[in-house]
Design a binder for this molecule. Structure first.
Ligand SMILES: *[C@@H]1O[C@H](CO)[C@@H](O)[C@H](O)[C@H]1NC(C)=O
Ligand SMILES: *[C@@H]1O[C@H](CO)[C@@H](O)[C@H](O)[C@H]1NC(C)=O
Ligand SMILES: *[C@H]1O[C@H](CO)[C@@H](O)[C@H](O)[C@H]1NC(C)=O
Length: 377
């Protein structure tokens, strides 16, 4: 999730593509939510909230609401966020030296989801492909691999980091590796270079699990074939050059349905079928799959209409193999995870700012729950 006024929105020329009939075979393998919280508590002056206090400034999941999601809502996929500056303290830098306390807290959440509950967990370094200053995400911190920035972590360090992380989960088939959250405003060729380094590191351990590779422009689906940022090449120009010896890497897509695709407004005006059409064609032409690991909407009637339509579009187009909504998590309180200030989060049993039921009731149960159609089910 990003907070943006800066996101340069290039409204897509209306590429009207007919919706494929909803009866086409569903190929959704993963359906679920984000569990956001491991990256919380760092906004302010540089260093704020680092390393942070577990359970106070950051936390990964509530086990009892994960139980609700799995046992009542029948989802099978959780995207679990963490902060790279907590996993790899700035003093020792990005690489194989982890903060073992933070890692074990994160590992406990992943193991609860994947071993205790038997579902899938997507590991999400929530870092916008930046490292060393998360105090004003998504804009602070040095771009990984930026050779013009003497403070930047190198692509080789990023590969070392992913090699270590993958090695720790190599024997857990229910783990999915997300290379990074929402790269933006950097050379698209460098995103490819960093993605490839992560894939090389992960595969060097023998890990065979699915990897998700992000593109530029906050990995937005609507802008996949467009110039984003100041002058950055479209993701579509570079991301089809990824090489995975196991052919098990999919594209990681985020897509919000409000006017500027930021997820900050409480009305939805951007239908997914037209906005994702060019991406869908690119995926088909390049024999690639995608997971929409972030999307969201409020309980406004416009969102309650467009959200289920979006999932229906993903279900009807076999290049999409999964989705996870933004967001549940243990420490949202009454705050909204996206989409205006009054909806609250998707955390089961929560309330919003106004003291009424949060988005779990008014969005998830209202319009998303019925859209879970998994392949083979
Ligand atoms: C490691 O993380 C724990 C938990 O957040 C924290 O208490 C500790 O100070 C951290 N250690 C370092 C070296 O950052
Ligand atoms: C790679 O995977 C895609 C999509 O699953 C598939 O269509 C393609 O044939 C595979 N290519 C190889 C070389 O296995
Ligand atoms: C999942 O959580 C991350 C972490 O904050 C967030 O950026 C993202 O938007 C969320 N995705 C969805 C689909 O909710």
């Amino acid at each position: 999730m990003f907070l943006t006024q800066r996101l340069r929105v290039v409204v897509q020329s209306a590429l009207a593509v007919a919706l494929i009939a909803a009866s086409a075979g569903a190929t959704i393998l993963y359906a679920g939510v984000n569990e956001s919280g491991g990256e919380f508590g760092v906004f302010g002056t540089p260093g704020t909230g680092l390393p942070g206090e577990f359970g106070v400034q950051y936390a990964f999941i509530n086990e009892d609401t994960v139980d609700t999601w799995v046992d009542t809502n029948q989802i099978n996929f959780f995207r679990v966020t963490f902060l790279m500056e907590r996993m790899c303290p700035i003093a020792t830098g990005l690489g194989s030296t982890f903060n073992e306390t933070y890692f074990s807290e994160f590992e406990a959440a992943i193991n609860y989801i994947t071993v205790t509950k038997g579902k899938y967990a997507l590991i999400d370094p929530h870092n916008y492909m930046r490292y060393n200053d998360p105090s004003d995400q998504p804009n602070s911190g040095s771009i990984i691999g930026d050779t013009t920035d003497p403070n930047a972590a190198t692509t080789a360090q990023f590969q070392t980091f992913w090699t270590e992380l993958a090695n720790r989960f190599v024997n857990n088939p229910n783990v999915v590796f997300g290379i990074n959250n929402e790269p933006h405003d950097m050379a698209t060729s460098l995103i490819l270079q960093n993605d490839q380094a992560a894939i090389n590191g992960i595969r060097s351990t023998g890990a065979q699990q699915l990897i998700l590779a992000p593109g530029n422009g906050f990995t937005g689906g609507h802008s996949w074939t467009q110039v984003t940022g100041e002058n950055d090449d479209p993701s579509s120009d570079w991301l089809n050059q990824i090489v995975d010896p196991l052919n098990n890497t999919a594209i990681d897509i985020h897509e919000y349905l409000d006017s500027d695709f930021s997820g900050s407004h409480d009305t939805c005006t951007q239908p997914a079928d037209t906005n994702l059409a060019a991406l869908t064609t690119w995926l088909q032409e390049n024999n690639l799959k995608a997971v929409v690991s972030e999307f969201g909407g409020s309980n406004d009637p416009t969102c309650l209409e467009l959200l289920p339509q979006m999932i229906q579009y993903l279900t009807a187009n076999d290049v999409y193999i999964g989705w996870s909504a933004w967001a549940a998590g243990p420490i949202w309180g009454t705050a909204s995870a996206c989409c205006g200030t009054t909806v609250g989060s998707l955390e089961p049993g929560g309330i919003n700012l106004e003291g009424t039921a949060d988005g779990y009731t008014t969005v998830w149960q209202a319009v998303i729950q019925d859209q879970i159609i998994l392949a083979g089910k």
